[in-house]
Design a protein around this ligand. Structure first.
Ligand code: COA
Length: 187
């Protein structure tokens, strides 16, 4: 299986057999509320999601990777690059998730993001990667700033979560900022 390997995690293609672990965690509302689609999904929905993401990967429109723990091969989360524009060489990160909250804050997300940004800038040659994050998710905003993402915009009161309005913060990073900080990671 082709992977981008780090010290603690690897990025790999999703497999149909990953649906069970997605199903175990992906319906947790406390996790889902960080993303625009809070609706529950059936196992079949998740199987379709994996199939459709793999088709999009093959079509080079969306790159969705499983985040695998290199010590035991367990799938601990997933991360993606979507909205690829091959002319302007831009993309968006739609999802970064470490499934199990007990496994968050242990460095998995950081290494997965570095591998993904290295893929974006040094392997497929993108120029700008952006993302949307809700303002209440301060942990994620601080997490993104660590890599050099900057806040470049704010959609005022554009989110509705738990009965309250929140801003949607727009962040981005360009290739030169990543290269200045991290260079070209081995893979
Ligand atoms: C956001 C998420 C992917 C980060 O992954 P993670 O594995 O928990 O993060 P890491 O342990 O790799 O932390 C990396 C950095 O984030 C920062 N960080 C971690 N916990 C933090 C906290 N509670 N508050 C502020 N910063 C924190 C640290 O600066 C850390 O860098 P360091 O190693 O230099 O200290 C993960 O927490 C998650 O899945 N959250 C739920 C889903 C979500 O909100 N996704 C983003 C939607 S926009």
């Amino acid at each position: 299986m082709y992977m981008y390997e780090g010290d603690t995690v690897s990025l790999r293609r999703l497999e149909p057999s990953d649906a069970d672990i997605f199903f175990e965690y992906w319906n947790d509302y406390q996790l889902r509320k960080n993303f625009p689609n809070p609706f529950p999904r059936t196992l079949e929905d998740i199987q379709d999601f994996i199939t459709s993401r793999n088709k999009s990967f093959a079509g080079r429109w969306v790159f969705t990777f499983g985040i695998e723990d290199t010590t035991n091969g367990a799938l601990v989360g997933f991360i993606d690059l979507s909205n690829i524009n091959w002319i302007s060489r831009t993309a968006m990160i739609d999802n970064i998730v470490i499934f199990d909250k007990e496994k968050r804050g242990k460095g998995y997300g950081k290494e997965a993001m570095l591998l993904l940004l290295n893929f974006a800038f040094n392997i497929i040659g993108l120029h700008n990667v952006c993302l949307y994050v809700y303002r209440f998710n301060q942990h994620a905003i601080e997490f993104y700033k660590n890599f050099g993402f900057q806040i470049v915009g704010n959609l005022r009161e554009a989110a509705y979560i738990d009965g309250k309005r929140d801003d949607t913060v727009i962040m981005d990073i360009i290739r030169s900022e990543f290269i200045d900080k991290y260079g070209h990671l081995p893979h």
